[in-house]
Design a binder for this molecule. Structure first.
Ligand code: C2E
Ligand code: MG
Ligand code: MG
Ligand code: MG
Length: 292
């Protein structure tokens, strides 16, 4: 019913309302039930350790293949799902699917891979995250220590002490927490004083210019220093070139993720790549000297 509603509404619209608004309306109408209809899938992007030159984890990235509109990127549909109140449904599907996939991944260098799952601020605000994570862990049998929940500053800005309380509860279960897109927000350092987290993911905007611009380099260096001082792992996001990777390694960045190292991959492809490469040195890192 929701789908037909969306469609008829969209066709009734005049061109002046714009194609973008019509598309938003359509997506909003079609999102409920997308998981049940089998339209969602997960891509997995490897995260590599600079020191060990091995893959140490993967990040699960949600994908929606709309039957008529094709692939819709999460930056487009996640905010719509949040406003439409269906993010919980998508999030539970992603948690369940990702944890089930992770138990079947091979070890790398004798160590089980970490699994990053992105968590929407409004899912945290709805207070079901702790239960949803517990259910996914129980159902899949994944060790809590292998799960890294990626939250953003938007999560923390959603007032309420309960955010910190829920994150504490998750960490007591053994789950790790990463602050995603770090540096892209407005008051990053303030959040670090009250947030119990394990990992900082350095936003790709700094990474993009780290090899060419002194200011970006200085900010990356500062984040490495903050990470060290607080005992956090730091992951560089969006590494696309060997020059960026070399500069980040020179600054002491611990981990890297980006198209240079691997694009996000469908599970079958990830398994193939890991079969060939897990435990071995990761292509793209091999031969990279710390001061390159
Ligand atoms: P994010 O968590 O910061 O994920 C990183 C994004 O950067 C991903 O985009 C990834 O494909 C992209 N990326 C990785 N390496 C590179 C690179 O070298 N260059 C460039 N240009 N991009 C790179 P994606 O998959 O489109 O996801 C976008 C955002 O959507 C994510 O940002 C995350 O905030 C959100 N998202 C994805 N999956 C989920 C989910 O399951 N739940 C929620 N709530 N949000 C999700
Ligand atoms: Mg993320
Ligand atoms: Mg990010
Ligand atoms: Mg980002």
């Amino acid at each position: 019913a929701a789908r037909t509603g969306g469609r008829s509404r969209a066709t009734r619209w005049t061109p002046t309302l714009g194609a973008a608004a019509a598309r938003r309306d359509r997506l909003r109408a079609d999102l409920p039930g997308a998981a049940a209809r089998g339209e969602l899938w997960l891509a997995f992007q490897p995260v590599v350790s600079m020191d060990e030159q091995r893959v140490t984890g993967v990040e699960a990235l949600l994908r929606w293949r709309h039957p008529e509109l094709g692939d819709v990127p999460p930056r487009e549909f996640v905010p719509i799902a949040e406003r439409a109140g269906v993010i919980g449904e998508l999030q539970r599907w992603a948690l369940r699917e990702a944890t089930a996939a992770a138990v079947a991944l091979p070890e790398s260098g004798g160590v089980p891979l970490q699994l990053g799952v992105n968590i929407s601020a409004s899912h945290v605000a709805a207070r079901s995250l702790v239960d949803d994570v517990a259910t996914a862990l129980t159902t899949s049998g994944l060790a809590p220590q292998r799960l890294v929940l990626e939250i953003t500053e938007a999560t923390v800005q959603d007032d309420g002490e309960f955010v910190v309380t829920d994150i504490q509860a998750l960490r007591l279960m053994g789950v790790h927490v990463a602050l995603d897109d770090f540096g892209a927000g407005t008051s990053s350092l303030v959040h670090l004083t009250r947030l119990p987290i394990d990992v900082l993911k350095l936003d790709s905007t700094f990474v993009a210019r780290v090899d060419r611009d002194g200011r970006s380099r200085a900010l990356c260096q500062a984040v490495v220093t903050v990470g060290r001082a607080l005992g956090l792992d730091v992951v560089a996001e969006g590494v696309e070139t060997p020059a960026q990777l070399g500069a980040l390694r020179g600054l002491g960045l611990g981990f890297a993720q980006g198209f240079l190292l691997s694009r996000p991959l469908p599970l079958a492809e990830l398994l193939r790549v890991l079969d060939e490469g897990a435990g071995a040195l990761w292509p793209g890192l091999v031969g990279l000297s710390p001061d390159a």
